[in-house]
Ligand binder design. Sequence first.
Ligand code: HEM
Length: 630
Amino acid sequence: MAIYELLFNSTTLTLLGSIVAVYLAVDYWKMLYFVRNGIPAPLPIPVFGTMFSYTKGLTFDLVEKRRKYGKIYGMYLGQACIAVNDVDVLQAVLISRFSSLPNRSKLPYKDAPFDKAVSNAQDGHWKSVRNTVSPAFSGNKLKQMNPLINECCDRLVRNIHKQMENQGFIQCKDLFGSYSMEVVASVFFGLHVDCQSNPDDPFTKHASEAFRNAFVTMKAILPFLVPGLGKLYDLLGVSVTDPKIKRFFLGVIAKALELREKGEVKRMDILQLMADAHHLDSSKEDQTTEDPLVHEGTASGSSQRKDALTTEEIMANAYVFFLAGYETTNTALCLTSYLLATHPEKQDKLFEEVKKFAPRREDVTYKVLSQMEYLDCFVRESLRLFPPISVLDRINDKSDIVIKDLLVPKGFRIFVPVYAIHHDPEIWEDPEEFQPERFNKENRGKIHPASWLPFGDGPRNCIGMRLAMMEIKFGIIRVLQEYKLKTCSETESLMQEVPSSALKMESNFNSLLGKPLIATCKSYRLDKKSKESLLSMTARISQDLQVDSGVIIQNLKNGRLLNVNINKPAPRRRYLPSSQIWASEEHPEFVNVEYFEYVNRYYIETLLALIIYVPTKGCMCLSQGVCVLG
Ligand code: HEM
């Protein structure tokens, strides 16, 4: 009773009320910093700041705010933020003044051991971890990953084939999601998983779960809104990541690491490289190789001192690489496929380059990428138009600094609105247009270095940039070797914003008409069942050929020549409907398949199977476009 009276008497309540009022007034005064200093900014609301001025989501709102407030403006989102769209100021923030702004804003909780990962580390600790793990992403190391990624591409192509057979179109998100996950599992953990064929595989299951929940649980979001909650989590040992998922992945990594340490397994993957770093002599220097493919941040490519990694750091980094590398690459591949499908003439141009430099599986190497300029332009432009990470930040946690006349007080966050910069008409001519040519040799010099930021910039840029570029390019080459992407009624431009200020796309494409010129000829030895299904298919073919199926079979049985004109270039008629396969009027005994390379692969294979099947032991060669039966 006495305590109740003490707590709830009018004097205590007035005192408490006054404290809260003073706190709110001081807080609001801080929020008004921009207004007080004549810096354009939306008017904040007490307690909530400018939170409610974002109605379309951060990514797209930042485009509108750039139009409304100019290149530099203020916001209040839990703390004071300055959005910088001025590329000269940005270059200073990310590169020349990096030593004053080396950190991203801290997560409000530790979520051990992930606080040990390079993405979350701060200052000297970050530098040491980054220097140690960077060599794992050097050009030389990526060359060694070439076969691992090519193996994942094999499964990608097989899965495309399967989806086409089963449903007649491909689902990009599933397809590239599986590919990205397989690359991640292979190059980081040394695991071979076939996500698509085996969705019940524990790795696939846990990984999907981890991505679904990684950033969007209430447990993860609340500490950003409630001051002090993150500290309480740390005190009570609350894990923001689902403990089940954490246990699973840390277990997988620990086991894989143990095998490496014992020397029982040696694979050229990133875990191996980190395991090697576990035993480093920190006094040695490592020389990373300059990469001709991608513009680098200043941390990479230079001579650096490395420190040995602790087991905890290896585990934390492996997990974070996994998280950071999966969704981003998947999104980039989906959106690039979308652009391929919606820009057929550009796809044709890229296809020509593929044909020239990498027509077969074994031509797809890290080295050949440096010759494929248009592919590089295509991917860069895709990442400009749709940067998977649409906003970056740096925190000024040191002291007040002035950058090119802009005062950044201590405690302020700098926002880098990547998407808004990539779509700024003052920086990019016709920014909404997809023009890979912006990045060709002739034009590249005109691009301001801080205006293309899909991987950030400076020493703290994306450590996985080269790997991501390689993975995306390999995937695209291997798909284009076999198929052409085309939109269909299910294709939706579903570019969405997700809570972690990233872009995401869920899209289905119908596609895959056209086996390219480099079609290899398969020999079919058919069993009874296949023969039956083949015969039933001749009915459809004969309908397209407008010839009685008996006539086709008879012609083939008589050992007549089947003329397949593969050398006629028909770039503008690449998607030929199957009725373009016709029986020649002058030589009805000949069946012409014009533009062979562009006709539906499945259809052609059936036709070829038919050719082989009918004379039963036919020998076939495909040379100069003529298919001879003998
Ligand atoms: C298309 C794919 C990818 C995109 C668009 C992307 C984008 C980014 C961006 C924008 C940043 C922040 C850079 C900055 O603050 O300046 C970043 C950081 C990072 N990314 Fe990526 N990323 C991709 C793929 C990957 C992959 C495959 C990995 C795997 C290792 C990875 C690992 C990381 C890590 C560890 C960081 C933090 C680096 C640090 O703090 O030092 N990313 N990424």
